[in-house]
Design a protein around this ligand. Structure first.
Ligand code: ADP
Ligand code: F6P
Length: 330
């Protein structure tokens, strides 16, 4: 543990960075309210690392975070900041924090944002990372804030799609988010009863994994007449796949790229509670003089790791679940 024994934190900054995720507001709320309860002064930084560089600081009080727990997006705005990838940007951000009296920082974001937090920590500003991304691609936690909400949004949309696919006896190729990870595709594919799930993590053969599966289910005693194929954004090519399925099987096919709608909406209960637990734990660490950590959840226990250790962990893909999906789905 990185204990800064002599260090007594007084003013803590909080920012959201990278792709937003439902539940980020719930995390901000927990961080601010729990921090204030510990006698800390709380500062919001707008627009992620850009706000650190451009001094977009706003003092936060209990009521500054009222009525946000149920809101998607982030009240602090999020941004991508290429300048922060350069040493000069990180140095400027650190100097601005010193000037404003910010002696500890909470970063809510994904893997890229964690790398920024690592760089600031190495420069001497203690940071704690909270996992906020719909992709669930952070290795130091089982679940990220926003993942559950995004998947429920997908399930809701695919249930609607299925109605029209069924009426027209069509195949829907649904592309879900996850540029570098197929966790959303795998789990929503199972929840929506997809005939096939296509992700970068699993070996894929069009004839074996799509055509043969559709053909087989058309020869059952009660033949299947409509199909859902779940594709992760990382694999992509959903329009091409729809065309290939139509040509090869004769089933009329359409691609539906669900897009950014998956990043919005009211967070689910699960994301709100997760965000609250993680937010409080991040403050607990800083209030004890512990920085340079990332927080997460493992088997429903809140945990924390050194930020470098966390960044070096490898996220496992649930291959067993993928294999089960091939047995259960038609
Ligand atoms: P996410 O946090 O969702 O993965 P990004 O990868 O876009 O989102 O990262 C968000 C921001 O974090 C970037 O705009 C940049 O300011 C900072 N960042 C990303 N990668 C690095 C890196 N390798 N080193 C330092 N800062 C980084
Ligand atoms: O939030 C993560 C993510 O949704 C990825 O799955 C996706 O590739 C990316 O964000 C797209 O974000 P943007 O359009 O903001 O660059």
């Amino acid at each position: 543990m990185n204990m800064m024994e002599s260090k007594k934190f007084k003013r803590i900054g909080v920012l959201t960075s990278g792709g937003d995720a439902p539940g980020m507001n719930a995390a901000i709320r927990a961080v601010v309210r729990y921090g204030l309860s510990k006698g800390l002064k709380m500062v919001g930084i707008r627009r992620g690392y850009s706000g650190l560089i451009n001094k977009e600081f706003v003092d936060l009080h209990e009521s500054s975070v009222s009525h946000i727990i149920d809101k998607g997006g982030t009240m602090l705005y999020s941004a991508r900041c290429p300048e922060f990838k350069e040493d000069a940007g990180v140095e400027k951000a650190k100097q601005n924090c010193i000037e404003y009296g910010i002696d500890g920082l909470i970063v809510i974001g994904g893997d890229g944002s964690y790398r920024g937090a690592r760089d600031l920590s190495l420069k001497g500003l203690p940071c704690v990372g909270i996992p906020g991304t719909i992709d669930n691609d952070i290795s130091s936690t089982d679940y990220t804030i926003g993942y559950d909400t995004a998947m429920n949004t997908v399930v809701d949309m695919v249930d609607k799609l299925r109605d029209t696919m069924e009426s027209h006896e069509r195949c829907s190729v649904v592309e879900v988010m996850g540029r570098h990870a197929g966790h959303i595709a795998l789990n929503t594919g199972i929840a929506c009863g997809a005939s096939a799930i296509i992700t970068l993590e699993e070996d894929f053969d069009f004839e074996r994994d799509v055509v043969a599966r559709i053909e087989k289910s058309r020869t059952l005693p009660h033949p299947k007449t409509h199909f859902i194929i779940m594709v992760s954004e990382g694999y992509g090519r959903s329009n091409e796949l729809a065309k290939m399925i139509e040509e090869r099987t004769g089933v009329e096919s359409r691609a539906a790229i669900l897009g950014h709608v998956q990043r919005g909406g009211a967070p689910t209960l699960r994301d709100r509670v997760l965000a609250t637990r993680l937010g409080c734990h991040a403050i607990e660490l800083l209030s004890q003089g512990i920085g340079n950590r990332v927080v997460g959840i493992r088997k429903d226990e809140i945990v924390d790791y050194d930020i470098l250790e966390g960044l070096n962990m490898k996220k496992e893909f649930d291959h067993e679940l993928y294999e089960l999906s091939k047995i259960i789905s038609l």
